[in-house]
Design a protein around this ligand. Structure first.
Ligand code: ADP
Ligand code: MG
Length: 450
């Protein structure tokens, strides 16, 4: 009964891809080749790190933006323009401040051409269902965040969409309000008080996904693609402390923390990577994390071998999603290993924590030189220049083949920070040049020849 994997499909994505032309003329692929069938009677969670294309995918399903390749099918017909079966709840509520609650809720119905009377009737009914009774004539600014998002829900639900799409609907709310609203929504859904066939929720919270969803789709980034599609058959309401719940959470962690990059296949020469441009190109992704954070984390872990990621997050009062980038960075540098949600420090990691500042730098320098492709490329570029200085634009040009402009900048900042820490190269802020200082380059040559 709980297995809903064979329910009828009403929306299907076929070979969906999305690319954008960047200001420098390069095309960047945000999402590639996504195939997906959305079935009835399911809460479907799309889970993935920030930038993996979750919002873009949802917007394509809603018909707000067209895919660059492939088709969105609505009852087997390719979609042109807005999807008539979809309504969206946005993260930042997206209410009109000059309209009352009632008027905001009526908006979707108005767009559908509903007559004044029936539109008011339907809106009032949904306002009641969603717990906004008494606030019909209030303006958004008079409402708390939680109440505003209720207006967002009521507006989306008033049109009786077949698919209710929600883009991180709880993430702008404080923890308690979010939890409350999440369960109220689940109540409405389980008691069938809302008329939707299915719900699609975009989230970056693993627990949120496992709490709500019948099916979890994990997206990977760079470019966005489906990495896993998991049914969750635990009955509602789910006990977050139960071993069954934890097992699913662990499984999803495992997928998210597993390396999704085949770094080895990446050749340092751009020529070869262009030659195999038929296959999607990936580039090693550097989490935007400072070496200091990595050091801090490893120090915390030192006495806790085999520590569970979930417990660690709880202990530090952090979201798992906040720790993941730090762990990813530590893993890239081989200071820790992660398996099935358990973290252990490697021998190298032990050496790192026990070392003094110079020993730490030396160790990180070696790790960067052997594992961080971008730093290797920068090193080579600098070496090939007679004055041992390169403009940062050279690095951005490499990165913008794989990343959006904003992300390329973040990658550059990270690699500069790491390289500076390891005294591999230096950076001159005003001129934007990356360079070797004389002594540094000699030291590197020593390091390399070791
Ligand atoms: P998520 O919701 O998973 O965080 P998004 O779908 O918002 O991811 O974005 C995925 C990537 O696409 C990001 O790197 C973002 O910068 C990029 N992107 C989104 N919209 C545009 C656009 N209109 N032009 C260029 N890049 C975009
Ligand atoms: Mg998003």
């Amino acid at each position: 009964m709980l297995d809903k994997t064979n329910n009828p499909s009403f929306i299907a994505l076929q070979g969906i891809g999305k690319s954008y032309l960047q200001p420098n003329g390069q095309t960047i692929t945000i999402i590639e080749n996504i195939n997906l069938e959305l079935r009835t009677e399911q809460i479907i969670a799309i889970l993935g790190p920030s930038g993996s294309g979750k919002s873009t995918l949802m917007r394509m399903i809603a018909g707000l933006i067209p895919p660059t390749s492939g088709n969105v099918l609505y009852y087997d017909r390719p979609l042109t323009g807005l999807n008539p079966g979809v309504a969206i709840v946005f993260q930042n509520f997206a209410l009109y401040p000059w309209l009352t609650v009632l008027e905001n809720v009526e908006l979707g119905l108005k767009a559908k051409g509903e007559a004044k009377e029936s539109r008011e009737k339907k809106a009032l009914k949904m306002i009641d269902v969603i717990g906004l009774d008494g606030f019909e004539n209030a303006y958004p600014k008079e409402l708390s965040g939680g109440m505003r998002q209720r207006v967002g829900f009521a507006r989306a639900l008033a049109v009786e969409p077949e698919l209710l799409c929600m883009d991180e609907p709880f993430s702008a709310l404080d923890v308690l309000t979010a939890e409350n609203l999440r369960y109220e929504l689940l109540d409405l859904w389980l008691e069938r008080r809302i008329p939707t066939k299915s719900i699609l929720i975009v989230t970056h919270g693993i627990e949120e996904a496992v709490t709500l969803a019948d099916r979890i789709i994990v997206l990977g980034r760079n470019p966005g693609r489906i990495r896993a599609d998991l049914p969750v058959t635990l009955p509602h309401y789910r006990d977050r402390k139960s071993p069954e719940f934890q097992a699913i959470v662990d499984q999803v962690y495992k997928i998210i923390t597993q390396p999704d990059l085949d770094v080895d296949t990446i050749n340092t020469s751009t020529l070869t990577s262009q030659a195999k441009s038929e296959t999607p190109q990936r580039y090693q992704f550097l989490p935007s994390v400072r070496i200091g954070s990595i050091a801090g984390l490893i120090e915390i872990l030192e006495d806790r071998q085999g520590y569970d990621l979930y417990r660690l997050a709880q202990e530090l009062l952090l979201e798992v999603d906040d720790i993941l980038p730090i762990l990813d960075a530590a893993k890239l540098l081989e200071l820790i290993v992660l398996s099935e949600g358990d973290i252990s420090i490697t021998t190298l990691g032990q050496k790192f924590v026990q070392g003094n500042i110079d020993e730490r730098k030396q160790l990180i320098r070696l790790q960067i030189l052997s594992h961080i492709r971008l730093a290797q490329q920068i090193n080579q570029l600098i070496q090939s220049k007679r004055n041992h200085r390169i403009p940062e634009e050279m690095v951005l040009d490499i990165l913008e083949k794989y990343f959006t402009t904003g992300e390329a900048r973040a990658q550059l900042e990270t690699v500069i920070h790491w390289g500076r820490y390891a005294e591999l190269y230096s950076y001159d802020e005003p001129s934007g040049e990356i360079f070797f200082e004389q002594e540094i380059s000699e030291e590197i040559e020593e390091t390399i020849s070791v």
